[in-house]
Design a binder for this molecule. Structure first.
Ligand code: ADP
Ligand code: MG
Length: 685
């Protein structure tokens, strides 16, 4: 039988369309052709097992043969083959109608074309000027056939000779795609797409080192592992098997922390192994990705949509015949089946973490620092995962002790509940820099959490919303007495003038720092507490931290850092500063302060009068009077401040106190630090 005909497509110019549209991804032809060979081989096995095929199965190995001289790539299988009728049906009609439908559907959506679509057999025309099929069906007495097509709607189909059942697909590579006629290129593609196919794939021969060069041996070079770990039963696998599989997938990467073997058959099919990697830096995160397979054929490592976002940081393999691969990314994300898969993976991961936590808490704690990035990311981005994480998410304190959320709550309830019945979580992000604050909090019997991870700023905000009647404060955000307010704070016993004086004395001597502002406040903290303390408002600091991570909040990023200088008015050294100031400045200040009092009285008098009148009833003279009073006061106050600053400038004690406060906040550096050391030495001597 010999036949010529037209391939059953309405669109005459389908070939140019295939070439043009699929240009970006034309290497997938090899995957398509080999997976067809795998299908054919497996179908023959099935026929044999049900007794429909009674012949010899033979060696199922699929051979990929590169003939650089002839310019061909051949994929030869020992599968079920095709009869003339089957070629007509599956190749001439069905495969093509699929191709046409595809092009019709996506011609206006170029983005959808990029990616993976399973166009199948006809993707070979992206790289070939001619494709031949030489096949012999497994059916009794089937006549071997040769089909040939040169990239136009005409084909020939004729009888040929062939002893073995099975199929050879011969691609005559066109001039623009000569790059595929290279051994290295084909090896790379086989490694990428065919590495875990279930039927052995041979490409060339194994080589050995002989007489100073590599020579072919008689043994086939099998490029794939037909039974990769994820396809096997967890009970058959040892820890070492899992680790080895990981090493094979991601060479040069640290050993994984944990793994999760996925095995779902209802309501969809899914297998795979996900690994929690030990991440050292962000480069690792981007380099190694989860790979998505469809019946052991590699599809993509862009798994967004299939795997919840926070789990895209994991490594490993997911294999599912149910994920619609031949559709666009946007479709994938809205697909209900895919959503279910994503939800299911989340649940499995949470279950596994809970299991490890329950069975081996010490190990879980040991690995927590590496794990927490993933877990916290999940808690922040996935409501369901957050709920599940309550069973295993941990908090770590500065003594490196770990607590579940419930355990921690119980621990601090007694001591860290304030007068408004709010539970106060105290945390630090640096045990080095905030050492003295941590110490003070501990002395007070408080527990301090260590929150120094990349996502901890976000988590703090998140937990505050989730936990009831709770707030978090960083250990350096207030004085230790104010951290957990148990009652009204001790009254500060200072006159108005004394407050002004101390404020100016300290403020005037604060170092000039870029983007830093200082406010002087007073607390009666007792004689034994520190005389001076530098704290940073929790709210402002958090806003600034968030602003660096979130667009649209740059306003906060522009704000200066604001620090509170808290003076402990009961400390002897602060009392000493005050009495030295009074002794040094009284003479000069007394008349100025009296003047200020006078002018202030006048000012409030005038203001009171004018407040009672309507705007147009106030005369120009009255307005001028008030203005003059204001500038007089300004003048007097700056004279007062200059005197105080003059005193402070000469006071080693003031400088020493300020430097101590800066020092305990990690802010004393460079020249200022060496000045401090010199001065301290002098003061000791
Ligand atoms: P699909 O693989 O999705 O069915 P393809 O376009 O890849 O679509 O293949 C079309 C059909 O051609 C296959 O379903 C199969 O019946 C037939 N076919 C392709 N390659 C082979 C082969 N190597 N051996 C036997 N049949 C094949
Ligand atoms: Mg196919």
């Amino acid at each position: 039988m010999s036949k010529q005909g037209n391939i059953g497509v309405t669109s005459e110019n389908i070939f140019p369309i295939i070439k043009k549209f699929l240009y970006s991804d034309h290497e997938i032809f090899l995957r398509e052709i080999i997976s067809n060979a795998v299908d054919a081989t497996q179908k023959l096995k099935t026929l044999a097992s049900v007794g429909e095929f009674k012949g010899e199965l033979g060696d199922p190995t699929i051979h990929v043969i590169l003939d650089e001289k002839a310019g061909t790539i051949t994929v030869a299988d020992r599968g079920l083959g095709m009869t003339a009728e089957e070629i007509d049906k599956y190749i001439n009609q069905i495969a093509f109608s699929g191709a046409e439908e595809f092009v019709e559907k996506y011609k206006n959506d170029a983005a959808a074309i990029i990616g993976h679509f399973g166009l199948g057999f006809y993707s070979t025309f992206m790289v070939s000027k001619k494709v031949e099929i030489i096949t012999r069906s497994c059916k009794d007495g089937a006549i071997p056939m040769r089909w040939s097509c040169e990239g136009n709607p005409e084909y020939t189909l004729e009888e040929t000779t062939r002893d073995e059942i099975g199929t050879d697909i011969i691609l005559h590579i066109d001039d623009e795609n000569k790059e595929f006629l290279s051994k290295d290129k084909i090896s790379d593609l086989l490694k990428k797409y065919c590495r875990f196919l279930p039927i052995p794939i041979a490409f060339g021969k194994k080589q050995e080192w002989k007489d100073g060069k590599y020579v072919d041996t008689a043994e086939d070079n099998i490029v794939n592992d037909t039974k990769p770990a994820w396809t096997r039963k967890p009970s058959e696998l040892t820890d070492e098997d899992y680790k080895k599989f990981y090493r094979d997938m991601y060479p040069m990467t640290d050993e994984p922390l944990f793994w999760i073997h996925l095995n779902v058959d209802y309501p969809f099919n899914l297998t795979g192994i996900l690994y929690f990697p030990k991440v050292r830096n962000n480069i690792d995160i981007n380099r190694n990705k989860i790979q998505l397979y469809c019946n052991q054929v590699f599809v993509t490592d862009a798994v967004e949509g299939v795997v919840p976002e926070f789990l895209t940081l994991l490594h490993g393999v997911i294999d599912s015949p149910d994920i619609p691969l031949n559709v666009s990314r946007s479709y994938l994300q809205s697909d209900q089946n895919v959503k279910k898969i994503s939800g299911h993976i989340t649940k499995k991961v949470a279950d596994r973490l809970e299991e490890i936590f329950k069975n081996d808490r010490p190990q879980f704690e040991e690995k927590w620092d590496s794990l927490k990035l993933f877990i916290q990311y999940g808690m922040l981005s996935d409501e369901k995962f957050y709920d599940r994480s309550q069973k295993f998410a941990l908090l770590k304190d500065t003594d490196k002790k770990f607590f579940t959320f419930d355990e921690y709550k119980t621990l601090i309830k007694e001591n860290q509940t304030d007068k408004d019945n709010q539970l106060v979580y105290i945390y630090t992000n640096s045990t080095e820099e905030q050492y003295s604050y941590i110490q003070a909090a501990k002395d007070k019997g408080y527990n301090v959490l260590l929150m120094d991870g990349q996502l901890d700023v976000h988590l703090v905000g998140h937990l505050e919303q989730k936990f009831e009647k709770t707030h978090f404060v960083r250990v350096d955000s207030d004085t230790v007495d104010n951290m957990v307010r148990k009652g009204d704070s001790q009254k500060v016993d200072l006159s108005e003038d004394q407050r002004n004086a101390l404020q100016e004395v300290f403020k005037s001597q604060m170092p000039k720092m870029d983007k830093a502002e200082f406010y002087v406040t007073f607390e009666a903290l007792g004689e034994t507490a520190n005389p001076i303390l530098l704290t940073q408002s929790e709210y402002m600091r958090r806003m600034r931290e968030m602003s660096t991570l979130q667009p649209g909040m740059s306003f906060y990023g522009e704000m200066p850092d604001s620090y509170n200088i808290t003076l402990n008015t009961e400390h002897p050294l602060i009392k000493k500063v005050l009495s030295e100031e009074e002794a040094a400045c009284r003479e000069q200040l007394t008349p100025i302060l009296a003047d200020i009092k006078g002018w202030e009285a006048r000012q409030s008098d005038l203001e009171e009068k004018q407040d009672k009148k309507k705007e147009d009833e106030i005369s120009a003279a009255e307005k001028e009077d008030l203005d003059n009073t204001g500038s007089k006061l300004e003048d007097l106050r700056s004279r007062r401040d200059a005197i105080l600053a003059g005193f402070a400038g000469n006071s080693s004690l003031v400088h020493e106190l300020i430097d101590l406060a800066l020092l305990s906040n990690g802010m004393l550096k460079g020249e200022a630090l060496s000045k401090f050391i010199k001065r301290s030495v002098q003061m000791i001597g």
